[in-house]
Design a binder for this molecule. Structure first.
Ligand SMILES: [Zn+2]
Length: 67
């Protein structure tokens, strides 16, 4: 499942226990060991991208040079 933190950024959380701590080496939950589903990772990346796009847009307004 995907949460949003108070800043609006997406946070990936375990489907089974809601824990947000993952072992990034194996993509499993630290609490219960449930593997992170590929679709959840893909969804999370899309959310991150969408959030990043919003951030980049406001950055471009602040800095015309952008990147
Ligand atoms: Zn878990």
């Amino acid at each position: 499942m995907i949460f949003r933190n108070p800043a609006g950024a997406p946070e990936l959380a375990c489907d089974e226990c809601g824990c947000r701590w993952f072992d990034r080496m194996t993509n499993t939950c630290y609490e219960c060991g449930t593997p992170v589903k590929a679709e959840a990772q893909a969804e999370f990346l899309q959310e991150l991208e969408a959030f990043g796009a919003i951030g980049r847009r406001s950055d471009r307004n602040a800095d015309p040079k952008g990147s």
